[in-house]
Design a protein around this ligand. Structure first.
Ligand SMILES: Nc1ncnc2c1ncn2[C@@H]1O[C@H](COP(=O)(O)OP(=O)(O)OP(=O)(O)O)[C@@H](O)[C@H]1O
Ligand SMILES: [Mg+2]
Length: 238
């Protein structure tokens, strides 16, 4: 068992929910600072792939290797993976509703290693700065999404996993989150973005992976997907 040369790699991942075989031999590599779109139809296994990487126990990773920055993630618990720097921003955002913006950020920094300071976060997310004393539950969907992303950056994140960051948001708010993600990209965060809004994700990304029925059916540049109408039609219905 040796670490691959890539910053992140997973190979031969097989994950199950009970008897249901969902992630069926997924493997890919990501270089440091790359942003990769993980695309595919509803139920293709995108969330399950992210959760397998983050070492959450559902689905259960039965086989496969996952390496991040020379460390074997596949041997770790979700807690250890998070401490190593896997920052999953789940679809439901999982912020703590009864806490304020600032308390949510402080909570993320309760343990070392911490990432961005709260002041730095406010510089990049002025909307959060304005709402620092506001309870998270009272914020709009877009603001909650910003807080969820900010919370990941408050940790020393080596791999950012974004599950549908634009879901349920109005186009103008999507634009705002996109701007933040573009900024994050220029700062060199290694990122996997899962998005139903494939075109938006592709414009942000260097590379693209397409999942279909639990398997990777395409691994190439984002531009190749944008240019290949047949591929988009077949797997993404766009
Ligand atoms: N907790 C669970 N128990 C059993 N099966 C599950 C569970 N979660 C997901 N699945 C199944 O695993 C498959 C892949 O689901 P997953 O959520 O990974 O897909 P997805 O690509 O993220 O889809 P979407 O675009 O709808 O979010 C689906 O068939 C789904 O029904
Ligand atoms: Mg999903």
């Amino acid at each position: 068992m040796t670490a691959s040369k890539a910053y992140f790699s997973c190979s031969n991942m097989h994950s199950y929910y009970g008897e249901s075989y969902i992630v069926q031999g997924v493997g890919f590599e990501i270089q440091k600072g790359e942003i990769v779109a993980l695309l595919g139809r509803n139920g293709a296994g995108k969330t399950s792939t992210l959760r397998s990487i983050a070492r959450l126990d559902a689905p259960h990773l039965q086989r496969g290797e996952i390496w991040l920055d020379g460390q074997p993630l596949h041997t770790m618990s979700a807690y250890q993976a998070s401490r190593l720097g896997v920052g999953l921003v789940p679809e439901d955002r999982r912020i703590i509703p009864s806490l304020t913006v600032e308390e949510n950020l402080q909570l993320a920094q309760i343990e070392k290693p911490i990432g961005w300071s709260i002041e730095r976060i406010y510089e990049h997310f002025p909307r959060l700065a304005e709402r620092r004393k506001q309870e998270a539950v009272t914020m709009s969907g877009g603001e909650q999404q910003m807080l969820a992303v900010a919370r990941a950056l408050a940790r020393d994140v080596k791999l950012l996993l974004l599950d549908e960051p634009y879901e349920g948001l109005a186009p103008v708010i999507v634009r705002e989150i996109e701007k933040i993600l573009e900024e994050i990209k220029t700062l060199g965060f290694t990122t996997i973005i899962v998005e139903q809004n494939a075109i938006a994700a592709l414009h942000l990304s260097d590379r693209a992976l397409i999942l279909d029925m639990g398997e990777i059916v395409f691994d190439g540049t984002a531009k190749e997907v944008i240019d290949n109408a047949e591929l988009r039609q077949q797997y993404l219905a766009i």
